[in-house]
Design a protein around this ligand. Structure first.
Ligand code: SF4
Ligand code: SF4
Length: 321
């Protein structure tokens, strides 16, 4: 009897993944954040902050994975409460996550929770960060500790402590495969004022840079660049998308509301304005895969030589209209 040929995938399962993927609304990061600032390449952070590539779309499976991580938070808080920790995950003034901002509102940290009653230091208030990871990453964490195995998490914890003024951090990390909790000696992270200040200085560097910061590697094949979302625009094989943050007329304002200004119109730009851009958009030159060879103030155009030797004029369509 010939073997029954099964379809490669259940149509219903495929429909779940398709439905989840279709309802995602990818958005650019409005502000610099504690979870971005630990990246080793400052140029990559600048590209993300300057909306120099389209926000990532995820598969249904990845979206389920993210949701599983979020679902772990209430469970983690219930477990901490069972151990005697009085924990709060909502700011009663806003009804939302505890949120702190710095650098004119352009840098934000959103903390998972804060509380006191930890067995090692019952009176000391701690921030709490909840992390889930697979067995391989968990093993690395156990072997090397947080600073080495998860430097991005350490950077996030340090900036959260600096911005909130709460100088202890409890790192709740769970192995998703076994439900084991991380219990290393560094599970209560101490505030490192030098490290936290250096991270904020790094954030200011990114904020105030009108041009991309130096690359971590000039080699497009480098392992440091392989998974970078900005790879095409950084290594000169693609254009950035058009929006106000990729326009040389935009600049961040320091008034405290994470505002952006268009210096061409001398106007404040809402987030919707920034996403839309306008007909007078002109690329920051490094966001064009070519070499700038000319600029005309009167017609507000910039001319580039592309790698194939042809000329390309930014603003030509509008100038001709
Ligand atoms: S491609 Fe490499 S150098 Fe460029 S932003 Fe990404 S990590 Fe940095
Ligand atoms: S010129 Fe247009 S695209 Fe550029 S910053 Fe101003 S409003 Fe935005």
């Amino acid at each position: 009897m010939p073997a029954l040929k099964l379809p490669p995938m259940s149509a219903t399962i495929a429909a779940i993944d398709t439905a989840l993927a279709a309802r995602q609304r990818p958005r650019h990061q409005r502000r610099l954040s504690g979870s971005m600032i630990g990246k080793a390449c400052e140029r990559a952070i600048w590209y993300q902050f300057r909306w120099a590539y389209e926000p990532e779309m995820f598969s249904g499976q990845m979206l389920r994975l993210f949701e599983t991580g979020h679902h772990r938070e209430p469970r983690a808080f219930a477990e901490l409460r069972a151990a005697g920790v009085k924990i709060s995950d909502v700011d009663p003034e806003t009804g939302d996550q505890w949120t702190f901002t710095e650098i004119g509102g352009h840098f934000v940290v959103k903390v998972d929770g804060r509380g006191a009653g930890f067995v090692e230091a019952p009176k000391t208030e701690h921030l709490v960060g909840v992390k889930t990871m697979n067995a391989k990453n968990f093993a690395q964490l156990q072997k090397h500790g947080i600073a080495v195995a998860k430097p991005d998490h350490m950077a996030q914890a340090q900036t959260e402590m600096l911005c909130s003024g709460i100088h202890r951090f409890f790192y709740y990390a769970v192995n998703k495969d076994t439900d084991e909790l991380y219990a290393g000696a560094d599970v209560r992270i101490h505030f490192d004022v030098a490290a936290a200040t250096a991270l904020m200085v790094k954030a200011e560097r990114v904020l105030h840079a009108a041009r991309p910061l130096p690359r971590i590697s000039d080699d497009p094949q480098s392992h440091l660049c392989r998974f970078c979302k900005a790879h095409a625009v950084c290594h000169g094989t693609g254009f950035a998308p058009r929006n106000c943050r990729t326009c040389l007329n935009s600049t961040p304002e320091m008034g405290g509301e994470a505002a952006w200004r268009c210096v061409r119109d001398d106007s404040i730009l809402s987030v919707a304005d920034q996403e839309r851009g306008c007909a007078f958009h002109l690329f920051i030159p490094e966001l064009v895969p070519g070499e700038q060879v000319d600029a005309d103030r009167n017609s507000e155009t910039v001319t580039y030589r592309l790698p194939d030797g042809s000329a390309w004029v930014d603003g030509a369509g509008r100038a001709a209209a």
